[in-house]
Design a protein around this ligand. Structure first.
Ligand code: LLP
Length: 404
């Protein structure tokens, strides 16, 4: 994605032409970026030969899942819907892990029948439910047990999952208790220790701490796990010049860990695979001035992209067409939804803009469309995938008749 003669292109496609054809708001994905992210991820961890399970919650578009499958990844799912979509996309069932704190009996039964690789369980009650269902179906089920390592991921509070006050996983004591309790179960085999401390992590040190906690437990527990599922959480660079995760340091620690415990490794990345492969294209409906600032009212809103409203997350906004003049006032980019938090970004020294201009909200491939809603009875946007000069509609814009 880049400017060519001051106009923004996604691969070989001029955004203006895409807007003419598909209208706005419009989610556009670059196949090349997606492929590059997957190849980079694989390359970084080559020595570990991990199973990479794409975290479907970050983007569950089935046509993207099909591409992700072709590029060799498995799936990390958290609901019957995500499991169904992943299987439908052709992802090998032996490359699918099912996580989540509240899987229902029906979901567990569905997952067992599909014979997926692992159900990652997060409580004693859930483990016992899985055992009951497995007994009823007369099947032996491989599961993972998620540990809450009480590690601060040093990321946004709302997307931290590894501290003891968070609902995720079980504490060390419970972990050991469940392992001992299930040692002789006929229907449940605990094959994996799983962990995921949070999302948008940019510092490798919390990962190191997490590995140290695992090391401590494994040293004192006389139990062999075939697999360690390290979850996802690798952060991306939302600000142009921001911090980057030091993958090499993280990799080094994992190599050491893997040597000591001779286990397979699973990763569940979402954002790092699809985040920077997507943009949300939008148009300026109106400009409205007050004493101190100009509201730039876009046709995209918090229902299309809720991250800024929900986490105060910052997504860069750039104009489709670059110019050299500056806005005198501060610009506040907002959507049309009737909520004060329907606000994307406040910018000083932005270039001058006018009504009908096209704007691009960057890095919206992960947790963009998948967190969208029909709030204010607004239809969900269209999604298109660009590969070179080819464009494919991968999800049609909803119609009002679809949602009422
Ligand atoms: N594995 C588990 C068990 C998870 O809970 C998650 C994310 C992932 C993997 C993938 O994490 P990633 O690699 O994408 O960071 N909606 C928030 C993010 C919530 C993440 C929830 N769990 C956001 O927009 O920032």
């Amino acid at each position: 994605m880049k400017y060519i003669n001051n106009n923004f292109f996604i691969e070989q496609k001029n955004i203006k032409n895409l807007v003419k054809k598909f209208s706005t708001p419009l989610y556009c994905y670059s196949y090349k970026n997606l492929k590059k992210n997957i190849e980079n991820f694989k390359n970084i961890f080559k020595q570990i030969s991990p199973l990479i399970c794409f975290s479907v919650k970050s983007n569950s578009n089935i046509l993207l899942l099909k591409e992700i499958k072709k590029l060799g990844l498995g799936a990390d799912v958290v609901s019957k819907g995500e499991l169904f979509a992943s299987l439908k996309a052709g992802i090998n069932k032996k490359k699918i892990v099912f996580s989540g704190v509240g899987k229902t009996r029906a979901e567990i039964e569905y997952a067992i029948k599909q014979e997926i690789l692992l159900i990652n369980s997060e409580s004693l009650s859930e483990v016992l439910t899985i055992e009951k269902v497995a007994r009823k179906l007369n099947k032996v089920v491989n599961i993972g047990l998620r540990l809450n390592p009480d590690t601060d991921a040093q990321t946004l509070k709302q997307i931290s999952t590894g501290k003891s006050e968070n609902k995720f996983g079980v504490d060390k004591k419970t972990f050991i208790k469940i392992i001992n309790l299930m040692k002789n179960s006929k229907f449940i085999k605990i094959k994996c220790l799983s962990v995921h401390i949070g999302s948008q992590i940019l510092n490798y040190k919390p990962y190191d701490k997490m590995l140290n906690v695992l090391d401590e437990i494994l040293e004192n527990l006389n139990y062999k796990f075939e697999t360690i599922d390290l979850g996802g959480g690798m952060g991306i660079n939302y600000e142009n010049k921001g911090k980057k995760l030091n993958y090499l340091k993280y990799k080094k620690s994992i190599i050491k860990f893997k040597k000591k415990y001779n286990c397979k490794i699973i990763f569940e990345p979402g954002r790092s695979i699809i985040g920077n492969a997507g943009i949300l294209v939008t148009k300026v409906i109106y400009l409205k001035h007050n004493k101190t600032k100009t509201f730039v009212i876009l046709d995209a809103a918090m229902n299309d992209l809720i991250r800024p409203a929900l986490y105060n997350a910052k997504h860069r906004i750039i104009p489709y067409q670059r110019n050299n003049s500056r806005s005198k006032k501060t610009l506040e980019f907002v959507g049309p939804v009737c909520e004060t938090t329907d606000k994307f970004l406040t910018e000083k020294n932005f270039q001058s803009i006018k009504e009908n201009d096209i704007m691009i909200i960057c890095d919206t491939g992960a947790y963009g469309y998948s967190l969208s809603s029909n709030y204010n009875l607004r239809v969900r946007p269209e999604e298109i995938l660009i590969n070179g000069n080819k464009v494919k509609i991968i999800r049609k814009r909803q119609k009002i008749s679809d949602i009422i």
